[in-house]
Design a binder for this molecule. Structure first.
Ligand code: CAA
Length: 381
């Protein structure tokens, strides 16, 4: 049976920060951010947006009444959840108007869990071919003002429908997960910002990519020449380059130049949004599919990585008409509004985070379809 990604849609906040302006405010050479890290802009999060509103906004773009009827399961992958107990998926299910006979659950393993969600969804569809699974990856990446991680923040959600006879990517059977208990990045329950051993995390990412790709080669006998492109988890776009170059080394042949070109196409959107944590790999895939040089039938590799740490390398074959089943990311990004560094700092400090008191937010300037209006009696409005 052919099972895979049938539709994809993306949503982010309406505000963004120019990272050259941030570099100047932090007394850093702007080239460090735009070339050294590979980021130009970053999504800024108003208090009226969180992973529930962003996840619902992304999913709403791909759903039609006919598609909604077949959804049996809603999986929300996140590492910036809004409740330690109740799943974000239940809030999103109501906002989307899905019926009550839907299984709803939230999944966590840093930036990796959307990939686990997709793999679990394959199993559900294999057992029940008429059912579809909605997987939503939604996150807000926060490291703190004036920290080394600040330039790699971001926010947004990617929603994906997993079904039989998919319109975008038919997922192939061989897939290589790899996990180890390590401390490269984590967020204890009492913290609103992540703790990170940044340099170590980049080394572990590369190690996990090599481990999973080598094992994939052993299992399938395939090598780099069998890929039209590889999409990477992009915590910042330079990380994808480091990953790819760790395999290519000094190679300058046709295969190497093709993979380098396609990597550039996959980095375009992340450069303007920043890290989406769970959604980053899938925004990278959307960027590749909308800007790359691809043909129907091409094999695409996907490298998923979540700190803590877990990676997975898997692949899919591009389907006829794939362009018609994704939301228009370029249009969303063009509509955004630039905010100053001072405004960004103010908004950063105003996110709901760990506040426990009643609060009401002004949502008049937020054009997104779902907004968080505040909190009353410890309940979200
Ligand atoms: N012009 C051009 N390039 C410059 C420059 C300049 N003026 N100044 C510095 N650079 C380059 C450096 O040479 C370096 O490039 P290389 O990595 O290719 O050597 C790059 O800019 C970064 O500079 P630093 O090495 O000084 O790094 P930093 O101390 O600023 O920290 C970071 C960088 C570790 C990535 C930090 O931003 C961080 O901690 N980020 C969060 C953690 C992260 O994203 N880790 C990724 C792997 S973990 C993961 O993938 C899960 C996840 O989503 C979190």
């Amino acid at each position: 049976m052919r099972i895979g990604i049938d539709r994809m849609a993306f949503a982010t906040t309406n505000d963004y920060l120019d990272l050259v302006e941030l570099a100047k405010a932090r007394n850093v050479d702007p080239n460090k951010y735009t070339i050294g890290i590979g980021q130009d802009q970053q999504a800024v999060v108003p208090p009226t947006q969180d992973i529930v509103t962003l996840g619902a906004a992304a999913a709403q773009k791909l759903l039609t009444p006919a598609l909604m009827k077949n959804i049996s399961t809603l999986i929300v992958a996140t590492e910036s959840g809004i409740d330690n107990s109740k799943a974000a998926a239940i809030y999103i299910k109501r906002l989307l108007g899905l019926n009550d006979f839907v299984r709803t659950v939230e999944m966590k393993e840093a930036c990796y869990s959307a990939t686990a969600g997709i793999q679990f969804a394959r199993g559900i569809v294999a057992l029940n071919p008429q059912e579809t699974v909605l997987v939503i990856a939604s996150d807000i990446a926060r490291y703190g003002l004036d920290t080394p991680g600040e330039v790699t923040q971001g926010a947004g959600a990617v929603a994906m429908l997993i079904s039989q006879n998919p319109h975008i990517l038919n997922l192939e059977d061989t897939t290589v997960p790899y996990s180890k208990d390590i401390m490269d990045f984590w967020r204890p329950l009492y913290a609103t910002e992540a703790l990170v051993d940044g340099k170590y995390s980049t080394n572990v990412y590369i190690d996990f990519f090599k481990q999973t790709f080598t094992r994939y080669q052993q299992l399938t006998g395939r090598d780099l020449a069998d890929f039209a492109a590889i999409a990477f988890h992009l915590p910042f776009t330079k990380m994808g380059k480091k990953g790819l170059e760790s395999l290519l080394g000094e190679r300058k042949d046709e295969v190497a130049s093709r993979l380098r070109q396609q990597l550039k196409a996959s980095q375009i959107y992340s450069r303007k949004v920043g890290n989406l944590y769970t959604g980053s790999l899938y925004l990278s895939l959307m960027s590749l599919l909308q800007n790359g040089n691809l043909n129907v039938g091409d094999r695409i590799g996907l490298f998923s990585y979540g700190s803590g740490a877990e990676g997975e390398f898997y692949t899919g074959i591009l389907e006829e008409g794939y362009q018609n089943y994704m939301s228009n990311v370029e249009m969303d990004l063009a509509r955004r509004h630039k905010v100053s560094v001072a405004k960004y700092e103010q908004l950063f400090n105003n996110q709901l985070g760990m506040k426990s008191e009643d609060v009401e937010f002004d949502d008049r300037n937020d054009p997104l379809p779902f907004v968080l209006k505040g909190q009353k009696n410890h309940q979200r409005i």
